[in-house]
Design a protein around this ligand. Structure first.
Ligand SMILES: NC(=O)c1ccc[n+]([C@@H]2O[C@H](COP(=O)([O-])OP(=O)(O)OC[C@H]3O[C@@H](n4cnc5c(N)ncnc54)[C@H](O)[C@@H]3O)[C@@H](O)[C@H]2O)c1
Length: 334
């Protein structure tokens, strides 16, 4: 059995526990949260033998193989570096850190102590998004592809997410998934432009606006997000992908256009009047699949598909978005 300790039981910690519980070769041996009631709830949820409010106690446990980091972003580096030093493999939630120096220190510590570092870019394990990447890379949409990602809501419930030093707001915390996935689909960013605002009161991070990322190969990502909707107002969001030859639709096509078997999910590419192609995929639980992959890497010695380098790249883009907004000038990243 691979023995895991889950540190942090806020929003995402319970999701990781649910996912690990589906892996037959994993025991959640220890849990931790600074908040005692949450630590106890985590223990009950996970069925873990050991429970504490101080993660240093967990780092002393000789039989823990993986430290699973689900605490606020600004604390990732401290825990990751200490876990590596204690000889534990680390699976850390995204964004990797708030500062590039911290992210680089995490990579350095994991390399120095010979442990694996996996990052929670769960969309890399989402079959729907992976199908999108396959379609983009197939060329069916043409070149010069535009990916627009819109999301409005109230954002995360905990205040640190809205502090520019601690969580960075949606253009660091949320859109980092898009920056990372666009790296998979499009490659390297050439230029970043952004126009952001803070609509919520009492917060320091930019919570609303638009960032435009131009890639070296001519593709473009536009992220238009807000985490500033008033309490109770319904959020919305959508993804649009199109290129010179067609559009990718995220809902199953109308039956008169193309038949998709009952219960099948498909992305549909429209390439002309009543012309197109359906690309079926099987819906999956991306959290189970990302943790399955990381545990497999720990067991086999393979390098995780998503690691420190991806975390640094996505963080660099996020910081460029903030800089472009602050200076009012595009940031060249080539
Ligand atoms: N991949 C995803 O889909 C996804 C979704 C949500 C959050 N996240 C990321 O996961 C991380 C955690 O986010 P969250 O929403 O769960 O945050 P949260 O604020 O809801 O929960 C964090 C928990 O960590 C605990 N904590 C804080 N410091 C601690 C410490 N030193 N030791 C032990 N426990 C400590 C807090 O008491 C709290 O219970 C963030 O980096 C966030 O960006 C990822």
């Amino acid at each position: 059995m691979v023995k895991v300790a889950v540190i942090g039981y806020g929003q995402i910690g319970p999701t990781h526990i649910d996912a690990y519980k589906q892996l037959d070769d994993v025991e959640i041996a220890a849990v931790c949260d600074l908040d005692e009631a949450r630590a106890k709830a985590a223990q009950e949820h996970a069925g873990a033998k050991f429970c504490t409010t101080d993660f240093h106690e967990i780092l002393q446990l000789p039989d823990i193989d993986i430290i699973n980091v689900c605490i606020p972003t600004y604390l990732h580096a401290d825990l990751t570096c200490k876990a590596a030093q204690a000889g534990k493999h680390v699976f850390c939630e995204k964004p990797m850190a708030m500062r590039l120096e911290d992210a680089e220190a995490m990579i350095e510590a994991c390399e120095r102590y010979g442990v694996k570092l996996g990052l929670g870019f769960c969309r890399r394990f989402d079959n729907q998004w992976l199908k999108m990447a396959e379609i983009v890379q197939s060329g069916i949409l043409g070149d010069q592809i535009i990916w627009r990602a819109y999301a409005t809501g109230r954002g995360a419930p905990t205040p640190w997410f809205f502090d520019k030093e601690l969580g960075g707001g949606p253009f660091v915390d949320g859109a980092v998934h898009n920056y990372d996935f666009a790296a998979l689909m499009f490659g390297k960013v050439r230029r970043v432009s952004a126009n952001l605002k803070t609509l919520r009161s009492g917060t320091t991070a930019k919570d609303t606006g638009t960032a435009i990322l131009d890639y070296e190969n001519g593709h473009q990502l536009t992220v238009a997000w807000s985490w500033a909707l008033p309490e109770g107002v319904r959020g919305a969001g959508s993804l649009e992908v199109f290129g010179s030859k067609g559009t990718l639709c995220f809902t199953n096509p109308a039956p008169e256009v193309i038949q998709v078997p009952e219960g099948t999910h498909a992305l549909y590419v429209s390439t002309g009047r009543n012309a197109g192609q359906a690309f079926p995929y099987v819906r999956n639980n991306m959290y189970v699949d990302e943790l399955r992959h990381f545990v497999d890497c720990v067991k086999s010695g393979d390098t995780p598909k998503v690691g420190g380098e991806n975390g640094v790249n996505a963080l660099r883009v996020a910081l460029a978005v903030l800089e472009a907004d602050a200076t009012g000038k595009p940031v060249e990243l080539a």
